[in-house]
Design a protein around this ligand. Structure first.
Ligand SMILES: NC(=O)c1ccc[n+]([C@@H]2O[C@H](COP(=O)([O-])OP(=O)(O)OC[C@H]3O[C@@H](n4cnc5c(N)ncnc54)[C@H](OP(=O)(O)O)[C@@H]3O)[C@@H](O)[C@H]2O)c1
Length: 161
């Protein structure tokens, strides 16, 4: 099962100025619980921006075409190859890697935390990125909905719809 985990604001924003423009400990706890002990896939910029690097208690896989090694991580030049090797890993950002994975239809399941406020993000995903999934609300809190998306449109059928 190819899985993606993300938090977005009301406008599908994922990042601002190279960081995340909100603090939401409940989502952080959810992320830690879901990915504990697992393989996580992240873009080179997300990895290099981590305050603690590598992420503890996880197998850190970094996607990069410019760096062949990064301390604490296993580096792949292709997400497809990384997913072939670690099929039960989690795609955990950033924006560029999310967009690539969703547009190439490499994701079967999404855990998406959708916040109710906008935070002026300068990098956003699009509603179209989430269209291939059926959505179920796992939990609702004051600040956000915790959603599960399961692929409802089989990969590579977009053109014929
Ligand atoms: N909201 C969330 O859930 C969330 C989660 C994680 C991160 N973030 C935020 O997202 C921001 C970073 O996102 P970003 O879009 O700037 O960068 P990013 O996706 O983390 O990293 C981009 C880099 O990753 C590599 N890469 C991406 N896709 C690739 C692919 N398909 N194949 C091979 N390499 C690939 C490239 O590295 P090279 O240039 O080395 O080739 C690319 O320059 C940060 O602000 C971070 O805090 C948000």
């Amino acid at each position: 099962m190819r899985r993606l985990i993300a938090i977005v604001d009301q406008e599908n924003g994922v990042a601002k100025g190279g960081g995340i423009p909100w603090s939401f400990p409940e989502d952080l706890a959810f992320f830690r619980q879901k990915t504990r002990g697992a393989t996580v896939f992240m873009g080179r910029k997300t990895f290099l921006g981590l305050p603690v690097r590598p992420l503890p208690d996880k197998h850190n896989v970094v996607l990069s075409r410019t760096h062949s090694t990064l301390p604490g991580a296993e580096v792949f030049t292709s997400l497809e190859k990384a997913l072939e090797q670690y099929s039960d890993g989690w795609i955990m950002g950033g924006a560029q890697l999310y967009a690539y994975a969703l547009e190439q239809e490499l994701v079967d399941m999404v855990y998406l935390t959708r916040m109710r406020q906008a935070y002026g993000a300068d990098v956003c995903l699009k509603d179209a990125h989430w269209k291939a999934f059926s959505w179920y609300k796992l939990r609702e809190t004051e600040g956000a909905d915790f959603l599960l998306g399961l692929r409802s449109v089989p990969p590579n059928t977009r053109e014929s719809l």
